[in-house]
Design a protein around this ligand. Structure first.
Ligand SMILES: [Zn+2]
Length: 359
């Protein structure tokens, strides 16, 4: 059952802006994406519906479109996660998506051609839209449900990991770079209303610039964005860059030590500049050495250290943290993510075993 922790929606003041704000608040309050999760579950969110594999689509894109299930599989095989204890989210409905997206943007997804451009798989354009909805968009809507729910779980348990999500190139009006829905923006708007949160820090450490959330929260002082990205690769969005609070540009070929040094500095600055009530950590693994899109040279151990630093940053300040897996375009990414989650558990930054304690 859903629980609403915020006050009822305000009565409309009559202006268009107030009306749309009231509508958004009502949509959030009536959503089924937030539901109570028993303490017997750990805040690791996943559904087998996340994985996209049909007609060989997974071979047409460098993205490992079954990465999410493979991460969970490794954690179960390693004996650190009980498969009955992961949390299954629900699909984001059209009303849920309208909290951020416009009707016209969602309508544009009824064109297989438009979807094929966003996910960068040209043959998708040739498929009937019903198939595109079921096989491509439905998995993404499930992942959106996971990202939104993660904030609620993080508030209750201190942390939550969605094994999918992190579609940071999608904004309210525009998708791109494999990102169809703006799950990060949705997650934060839900947190504002349902969790009584008013300050959120996005730490975006995917190799690519997170232009989607940057456009959605442009000039919104409730959101602080730290983005470390390779400026030489997609999306090179110079307009969105103006809306990053702390921009750390990491050039192609940057190695582990230098990367981690820059991260230490960036986290220290972020901690001084902003006092968040929630951290949304976009933990793309496309910074890995050998990734064909990220072009950086960070080692698997470097990813483990990176994630540990971010979780430690949140834990030391008692800030709930949501982690999203985002980009990562090599088969090895899933193993690296699983190893990093195991390390977080070993370092007691997350607890995959006992019933978690409320912070
Ligand atoms: Zn990326």
């Amino acid at each position: 059952m859903a629980t609403a922790s915020s006050s009822p929606p305000a009565v409309s003041g009559g202006s268009a802006a107030t009306d749309s704000e009231t509508l958004r608040k009502n949509q959030i309050l009536s959503s089924k994406l937030y539901f109570d999760v028993p303490l017997t579950k750990v805040p690791v969110i996943y559904s087998s519906s996340y994985d996209i594999a049909f007609l060989g689509i997974e071979k047409l894109h460098p993205f490992d479109s079954s990465k999410w299930g493979r991460v969970r599989g490794f954690l179960i095989r390693d004996g650190v996660l009980d498969k009955k204890r992961t949390v299954e989210p629900v699909e984001a409905s059209k009303d849920d998506l309208l909290v951020v997206h416009s009707e016209s943007y969602l309508n544009s997804l009824k064109s297989s051609l438009n979807v094929s451009i966003i996910v960068e798989v040209p043959p998708v354009a040739l498929l009937p839209n019903c198939l595109v909805q079921k096989k491509v968009l439905y998995p993404f809507r499930m992942q959106v449900g996971g990202t939104v729910l993660a904030a609620k779980l993080a508030k209750e348990r201190g942390w939550a990991i969605n094994l999918g999500g992190g579609f940071h190139h999608c904004s309210a009006e525009s998708g791109g770079g494999f990102c169809v829905y703006a799950d990060i923006s949705l997650c934060i708007h839900y947190a504002f209303v349902r969790l009584n949160i008013s300050r959120v820090m996005i730490i975006d450490l995917d190799a690519h610039q997170g232009n989607g959330h940057e456009m959605d929260f442009a000039n919104d002082s409730r959101v602080y964005i730290l983005d470390m990205y390779n400026p030489e690769i997609y999306p090179r969005d110079f307009v969105a860059r103006r809306h990053i609070n702390q921009r750390v540009e990491i050039v192609s070929g940057t190695r582990t030590d230098e990367y981690l040094k820059q991260l230490d500095k960036a986290l220290e600055v972020a901690g001084h500049m902003f006092d968040p009530e929630l951290v949304v950590y976009n933990a793309g693994t496309d910074i890995l050495d050998g990734d064909p899109l990220g072009l950086l040279k960070v080692s698997p151990d470097g990813i483990t250290s990176r994630d540990e630093k971010v979780f430690r940053f949140a834990k030391e300040k008692s800030i709930p943290i949501v982690m999203l897996t985002s980009g990562g375009y090599m088969k090895s990414s899933a193993r690296v993510i699983a190893d990093s989650i195991v390390n977080l558990s070993k370092k007691s930054l997350i607890d995959l075993e006992k019933a978690p304690v409320k912070i």
